[in-house]
Design a protein around this ligand. Structure first.
Ligand code: TRP
Length: 362
């Protein structure tokens, strides 16, 4: 039997996702091939070239669909670019090469990237990654590129100073201090509250925007809502309610709730906030995940039918037959684009079995 290659599998999902979202698939498919490089031709019968943490089954790519209040939904790809001989450092260098290869074609703004990249580079990187890339496809726009640095690349303990130094370089240190002081549980920085990602847009917006992600391990919806309250205009109740609707009322003692803070120049406080619920750890199967997410999408004024079509574009199995196709669901509050984002796993290598198995009575 002939197995699909990695690229064939992922392109077979990206193409229908583009159709559902009314996006021209040509450039997304081209960039997907560029992200994977020579590894795209690898057969799925072989284990992944690199056990990427982008997705649970080590697929190098995760899709997401961002439902937006003021514009059509956007399609996004999060990827770890595998090096020829993969490794945390080699993959980061491959990501830089991918960005350099696309900089002129897509007019990427790399000044801030160049200014802070060395800070998030370590001779012996710790953690599962150093640099991930994401691509955002919005109707009628050229693709947008982002990078995600690992703040803990030089060790968990050094993350706060690396982030502080990066933000000082970019001129955003003030809002970071406010954010840290008010959104970390006392004594928990580097323990149950971890600096997870430092994200940078590679385009020249009206203002330089950076997103800082905090993972809140073993936290309840109310605690995360309190951490969100540092952002002006964010209603803490809305954050808590979203977490409960996606994940249930209790503590999130499996994968953590994650918050992200959008920092912008000239502001003493963060200007935007998102919360990410790892819904796959708090449901029995993807049918339950899909129903919860459909309800959330509808509650926020978006189309559940469109959600269903996106899920169908990616899934290769009955939704009740696994868990983790819907990996996260997030609520974005404040500028630049409020809305709900749904993260869809490629499941190129593996499907996590559902938690509830119906067993016939003896
Ligand atoms: N797979 C990792 C995780 O679940 C990283 C990741 C991918 C992630 N997409 C994400 C984390 C969305 C938070 C939100 O942690």
């Amino acid at each position: 039997m002939r197995h699909f290659s990695v690229l064939e599998h992922l392109a077979g999902q990206l193409n229908p996702l583009c159709r559902v979202l009314d996006l021209d698939p040509a450039v997304p498919l081209d960039l997907l091939a560029g992200l994977l490089g020579p590894h795209g031709a690898r057969s799925l019968a072989e284990p992944p070239a690199w056990p990427s943490d982008v997705a649970d089954d080590h697929s190098p790519v995760e899709f997401s669909v961002a439902f937006n209040e003021a514009e059509p939904p956007a399609l996004r790809i999060l990827a770890e670019v595998p090096g020829i001989a993969p490794g945390v450092g080699a993959n980061a260098r491959a990501a830089h090469a991918f960005l350099a290869a696309n900089a002129a074609r897509f007019g990427l703004a790399t000044t801030r990237l160049d200014a802070i990249s060395d800070l998030f580079t370590a001779a012996r990187p710790s953690g599962s990654f150093a640099l991930w890339c994401s691509l955002v496809f919005r109707h009628g726009h050229a693709p947008e590129f982002k990078v995600y640095f690992n703040p803990e690349v030089a060790g968990i303990g050094r993350a706060p100073e690396l982030v502080e130094e990066a933000l000082r370089t970019i001129g955003l240190r003030d809002s970071y201090r406010t954010m840290l002081a008010r959104s970390i549980r006392p004594g928990e920085l580097g323990r149950r509250d971890r600096l997870a990602f430092f994200a940078l847009d590679l385009h020249d917006g009206p203002q330089a925007r950076v997103k800082l992600y905090v993972s809140h391990y073993d936290a309840g919806p109310a605690e995360v809502a309190r951490a969100a309250a540092v952002v002006p205009g964010v209603a803490p109740d809305e954050v808590a309610e979203f977490c409960r609707a996606a994940g249930g009322p209790g503590r999130f003692d499996r994968r953590p709730l994650v918050g992200s803070y959008t920092l912008a120049g000239g502001a003493a406080q963060p200007v935007g906030y998102s919360v990410y619920v790892p819904i796959r750890d708090y449901v029995d199967d993807d049918l339950q995940a899909r129903d919860r997410v459909a309800a959330l999408v509808a509650r926020h004024g978006f189309s559940p039918a469109l959600l269903h079509r996106c899920v169908a574009a990616v899934s290769r199995r009955p939704l009740g037959a696994g868990v983790g196709l819907i990996a996260h669901v997030s609520l974005r509050l404040g500028p630049p684009r409020p809305g709900v984002t749904v993260y869809l796993s490629a499941e190129a290598y593996e499907v996590t079995p559902p938690r509830s198995v119906w067993v016939p009575a003896a």
